[in-house]
Design a protein around this ligand. Structure first.
Ligand SMILES: [Zn+2]
Ligand SMILES: [Zn+2]
Length: 433
C-alpha cells in the first residue's frame, strides 16, 4: 500500500455531516444582509503584498508574522488574503464604485489565511463572512450594523453573547494618546517582550494586543483612549451608545478593545461568547474612516465587520434549527417501483421539495433505516403489490403516521405529495422566509 497524503497543518476539510451547518450560517447571513441592502462582492484570494502591509500596518502581528507571502514567478510579492476589508476597499477604489454612488454596502464570504499556531480555534485557513458600508459617517449606521448582527445570532438561536464596544478615536485625538502611551511604556520598557520593545517607538498601541502575559499585564494598567477623545469622536461615541440604548441593543463599553489592525478609527466592537475559551470573539469590526483615502481613493468614511464562521459553527445549537435534511425519501421495492421513484424525484425537486431515494435492491427495513439516518421527514413507500394496485404509502416520520396515496395518474400523485408536504410546512422553505 502506498503512504497516505494528509492535509497540511491548520487546514481542514468540512465534511458533509458539518456542511449543513455551514450552509445554514451562510444562507442566513446572505438573506439578512440582502434584507439590509447589502450586495455581495467576490474578491480574489491573492493580492499584492503591499495592499495588506499598507492597510493593516507594518508593525502588526498579522503583517509581521502571519501572512502567507511568496514570490510569484515574475518576482513580484503576493499574499494570500489574511482578511477581507483591504481587498474590498481596493475593489471599491479600483472600480470607482463611489462615482455612481458613494454609499455602498458590500459583503463577502470565503477563506482567509494566516500562519497561526494550530491550537484550539486557530486555523491557518479559516472562513469569514464580512460586510462593509462605505460613505456614511453618522453613528446610526454603526448601530444598524450592530442590530443586524444581533438579529443574525437570534435567528441562529445562539445565546450567551455580549456586544462590547470602544472608540479608538481618530488621527487627531490619537496622537496625544500615543505620546501618553510612549511615556507610560518608557517607564516599563525593560519588562516588555522583544517584539514590543521594537514596536514601542513606531507603534506603541500594538503593545495593547500583544499575547505575552507580561505585556498584557502592562497593557491592562495603561491609559485608555476614551480619556483622549476629541469632541467629534466623543460625540460620535455618545451617539452610538444613545441610539443603541434607544433600540434596546445591549452595549457594554470595553476600553480594552484595540483590534490588531492599524486602520480602525472611532467605533470598534466585538461580539464575544463565554463558550469559546481564550479565542472568544465571534465577530470583530469597527470604523475605518481613513482607509479608503490611505489606499488612494477619495476621503470616504466606512465601517464593517467580519464574523468567524468556524466559531459560529461551534456555537450552533444541536436542535431547533433546520439543517436542510431531505423532506421526502422514496423507498421503492423492485425494479418497476424504482423507475417510478426516479420519475417522482425528478418531478418534485424543481418544485423545491428535497427528495432522495434508494437506488439499490434493499429491504424495506434497510431503506427505512437510511431514511431515518438522513433525517427525512416523509417517506413514500412503493412496493410491488401496491404498484399493481396503484397506491403507495406516505409516511410522516415525525408523527409516526401513514396513509395511502394514489400512484396514478402521475400528475395527481405529484399534487398529493405537494399538498401534504407543503401544508405541513417545509422547514427549509419556512426559514427562508
Ligand atoms: Zn478624534
Ligand atoms: Zn509584547
Amino acid at each position: 500500500m502506498r503512504s497516505i497524503i494528509k492535509s497540511i497543518s491548520g487546514v481542514k476539510d468540512i465534511l458533509p455531516k458539518d456542511v449543513k451547518k455551514w450552509q445554514l450560517i451562510e444562507d442566513k447571513a446572505r438573506a439578512l444582509l440582502e434584507d439590509y441592502g447589502f450586495s455581495e462582492v467576490r474578491i480574489p484570494i491573492i493580492e499584492k503584498t503591499d495592499l495588506f502591509s499598507r492597510s493593516i500596518g507594518e508593525s502588526t502581528d498579522i503583517v509581521e508574522k502571519q501572512m502567507y507571502t511568496f514570490l510569484d514567478r515574475d518576482g513580484s510579492s503576493i499574499t494570500l488574503r489574511p482578511e477581507g476589508t483591504a481587498p474590498v476597499v481596493r475593489a471599491y477604489i479600483e472600480h470607482s464604485l463611489y462615482v455612481k454612488e458613494p454609499i455602498q454596502k458590500l459583503y463577502y464570504m470565503g477563506p482567509m489565511f494566516r500562519h497561526e499556531r494550530p491550537q484550539r480555534g486557530r486555523l491557518r485557513q479559516f472562513y469569514q463572512i464580512g460586510a462593509e458600508v462605505f460613505g456614511i459617517k453618522n453613528p446610526s449606521v454603526d448601530v444598524e450594523i450592530l442590530g443586524l448582527l444581533i438579529r443574525y445570532f437570534e435567528e441562529l438561536k445562539i445565546e450567551g453573547l455580549s456586544l462590547q464596544i470602544n472608540s479608538l478615536g481618530c488621527s487627531r485625538c490619537r496622537s496625544p494618546y500615543v505620546e501618553e502611551m510612549k511615556r507610560y511604556l518608557k517607564e516599563r520598557y525593560k519588562e516588555l517582550c522583544e517584539d514590543c520593545k521594537r514596536r514601542w517607538k513606531k507603534n506603541p498601541l500594538r503593545i495593547l494586543d500583544c499575547k505575552k502575559e507580561r505585556c498584557q499585564d502592562i497593557a491592562s494598567r495603561a491609559p485608555i483612549i476614551l480619556d483622549f477623545l476629541c469632541p467629534e469622536c466623543h460625540r460620535h461615541f455618545e451617539g452610538v451608545k444613545e441610539e443603541g440604548a434607544s433600540l434596546n441593543i445591549p452595549l457594554e463599553v470595553n476600553p480594552r478593545i484595540v483590534r490588531g489592525l492599524d486602520y480602525y478609527t472611532k467605533t470598534a466592537f466585538e461580539i464575544v461568547s463565554q463558550c469559546l475559551g481564550a479565542q472568544n470573539a465571534v465577530v470583530a469590526g469597527g470604523r475605518f474612516d481613513d482607509l479608503v483615502k490611505a489606499l488612494g481613493g477619495p476621503d470616504t468614511p466606512a465601517i464593517g465587520f467580519a464574523l468567524g464562521v468556524e466559531r459560529v459553527v461551534e456555537l450552533l445549537p444541536g436542535e431547533g434549527l433546520d439543517y436542510g435534511s431531505p423532506y421526502l425519501f422514496i423507498a421503492p421495492l423492485g425494479a418497476e417501483a424504482r423507475k417510478l421513484a426516479t420519475k417522482i424525484m425528478s418531478t418534485v425537486r424543481p418544485l423545491k421539495i428535497k427528495a432522495e431515494m434508494e437506488y439499490e435492491d434493499k429491504s424495506l427495513k434497510a431503506q427505512m433505516r437510511r431514511a431515518h439516518k438522513l433525517g427525512a421527514r416523509y417517506v413514500l413507500i412503493i412496493g410491488d403489490e401496491e404498484l399493481k394496485e396503484g397506491r403507495g404509502i406516505f409516511r410522516d416520520m415525525s408523527r409516526k403516521a401513514q396513509e395511502d396515496v394514489p400512484l396514478d395518474p402521475f400528475d395527481r400523485l405529484i399534487e398529493e405529495l405537494r399538498e401534504r408536504i407543503n401544508n405541513q410546512g417545509c422547514p427549509g422553505q419556512k426559514n427562508r422566509k
